[in-house]
Design a protein around this ligand. Structure first.
Ligand SMILES: Nc1ncnc2c1ncn2[C@@H]1O[C@H](COP(=O)(O)OP(=O)(O)OP(=O)(O)O)[C@@H](O)[C@H]1O
Ligand SMILES: [Mg+2]
Length: 180
C-alpha cells in the first residue's frame, strides 16, 4: 500500500504516520528528512522522492510538501485542523508571527487540499481523503486511516472541511487591527 499523508504544518501528520507504520508493513518516509532546506525546489524534491520510493511497494510518505506534486500512490490523506488549535500548536513551536499567519491562512484557504486535487486528482489513481483531526487523538485518527485503507470505513470520501467562517472572522480582526 502506498499512502501519502499531507496537510498544513502542525496538523499532526508525523504523530499519525508514526502510529500507522507500527500497525502496517509500510515504511515511513518523512519528507523533512529528505529535504531540510527552507527554500525548496519542488521539482527537484519530487525527483528525489521518486528515487526513494522507486523500489518500495508499501510506504507512508508524510509531509506538507507532498501536496505540491504527484507521487504514485493509492491514498492521499489530507489532515485538517481547526485554526484555533493550529494557532496553539504553532505558537508552542515558537514560530514567528508571520510564519504562524501564513500557515493559518493556508489552512483556512484549504491550500493543501486544493493542491492535492490539482496534483493527484486528475491522475485518478489515488483516493483523496480529507480528515478533520480536531478533537481526535492520533490513535483515533490512525484507526480511521486503517479502516479506510482496509475499505471497512463507509465514509471513504472523508470529511468536508470548511474554515470559511473562521477565515472571515480572522480577516475582520486583522482589518480592525490595521485601522487602529
Ligand atoms: N491528534 C492530535 N491531538 C492532539 N495533539 C496532537 C495531535 N496530533 C498532533 N498533535 C500535537 O501537535 C503538534 C504537531 O504535531 P506533528 O508534529 O505530528 O504535526 P506535523 O503535521 O507533522 O507538522 P509538520 O508539518 O511541521 O511536520 C505536536 O506537538 C503533537 O504532539
Ligand atoms: Mg511532521
Amino acid at each position: 500500500m502506498r499512502i501519502v499523508i499531507t496537510g498544513t504544518p502542525g496538523t499532526g501528520k508525523s504523530s499519525v504516520a508514526k502510529i500507522v507504520v507500527q500497525k502496517t508493513d509500510c515504511e515511513l518516509i518523512d519528507i523533512k528528512k529528505i529535504e531540510k532546506a527552507t527554500e525548496v525546489d519542488v521539482a527537484r524534491l519530487r525527483k528525489k522522492i521518486l528515487k526513494v520510493i522507486s523500489n518500495k511497494k508499501n510506504f507512508i510518505l508524510e509531509g506538507h510538501l507532498a501536496c505540491e506534486f504527484f507521487v504514485p500512490c493509492e491514498y492521499v490523506f489530507v489532515l485538517r485542523t481547526n485554526p484555533k488549535t493550529l494557532l496553539k500548536r504553532l505558537g508552542k513551536r515558537g514560530y514567528n508571527k508571520k510564519k504562524i499567519d501564513e500557515n493559518l491562512v493556508a489552512e483556512m484557504l484549504d491550500y493543501c487540499s486544493q493542491k492535492v486535487w490539482q496534483n493527484y486528482g486528475k491522475k485518478g489513481t489515488a483516493r483523496i481523503i480529507e480528515i478533520e483531526t480536531s478533537g481526535k487523538t492520533a490513535g483515533e485518527l490512525t484507526r480511521r486511516i486503517l479502516l479506510t485503507v482496509k475499505n471497512r470505513n463507509k465514509n471513504v470520501n472523508g470529511d468536508t472541511v470548511d474554515y470559511g467562517k473562521e477565515l472571515k472572522r480572522y480577516t475582520k480582526l486583522r482589518t480592525r487591527n490595521t485601522e487602529r
